[in-house]
Design a protein. Structure first.
Length: 253
């Protein structure tokens, strides 16, 4: 299948590790020029060096999305350096946490305003050219009452509504917006990898709930995200795709 991504310009916020890096890698393989970010300079350099082997333009600079002015400057830099933007995929997350206002504030700035600011930076350019694709990344924890009351679930849930609203508002501008909600995903150095080492019983209990007997892999989520971002999904907008190996107990009608 031709995804129609050759020569497209993509911004991947949080693209240096895990699902974000897997997304950037699929985009690079498909011929996209890419601007990516992470908080650490070394991780950005490593990601850029690794992805450059695919022969497209790959650039990156570290940025903390919670620092609004710095982040807006980074987005403006990325769009200018790519000479435009066709695809935006913001993946940053503050992770889970139960407790004080600090968790809620961090989650809001990272999980909500991170995507919002990326979208607001890209929409004028996409509107002017009459085309563009945005994929927001939520979580299956937004779909069921998992893990107790916490900021991560609530903030990610807001992206599902936001994505639909964007799709309805900007379809006339040729801009598609979709949401992907991954189930538990395991990779070296990721949350589930750490849980496996520190909370063995909890990890085992979650593993038993997986219909396919395992957790997901970053590349399995990435392929779904990139498909929705591509021209191959040209009639998909306002969609919400759950990629969880059948983990959540939901029936879709």
């Amino acid at each position: 299948m031709d995804l129609g991504l050759q020569g497209k310009k993509a911004i991947v916020v949080g693209g240096a590790r895990g699902i974000g890096f897997a997304v950037a890698e699929v985009l690079a393989r498909e011929g996209c020029d890419i601007a990516l970010s992470a908080r650490g300079e070394d991780s950005v350099k490593d990601a850029v060096a690794s992805l450059s082997r695919y022969g497209t333009k790959v650039i990156g600079k570290p940025v903390n999305v919670r620092k609004a002015d710095e982040y807006k400057e980074w987005l403006a830099w990325a769009i200018e350096a790519l000479d435009g933007v066709d695809v935006v995929i913001p993946l940053t997350s503050a992770g889970s946490g139960i407790g004080s206002d600090k968790y809620w504030s961090n989650a809001f700035e990272t999980d909500v305003m991170g995507p919002v600011r990326a979208v607001e930076a890209a929409i004028p350019h996409m509107t002017e050219q009459g085309s563009g694709s945005i994929v927001l990344v939520a979580t299956t924890s937004a779909l069921e009452a998992m893990g107790g009351p916490q900021a991560y679930n609530a903030m990610k849930a807001s992206l599902i509504t936001y994505g639909k609203q964007l799709a309805l508002a900007h379809g006339k501008d040729g801009i598609r917006v979709n949401v992907v909600s991954p189930g538990p995903v395991e990779f070296e150095g990721g949350n589930w990898d750490m849980i496996k080492g520190t909370m063995e019983k909890f990890y085992a209990s979650q593993l038993r709930q997986q219909p396919m007997g395992r957790l997901g892999k970053p590349e399995e989520i990435a392929r779904a995200i990139v498909f929705l971002a591509s021209e191959a999904a040209s009639w998909c907008s306002g969609s919400h795709l759950v990629v969880d190996g059948g983990f959540t107990n939901r029936t879709h009608f």
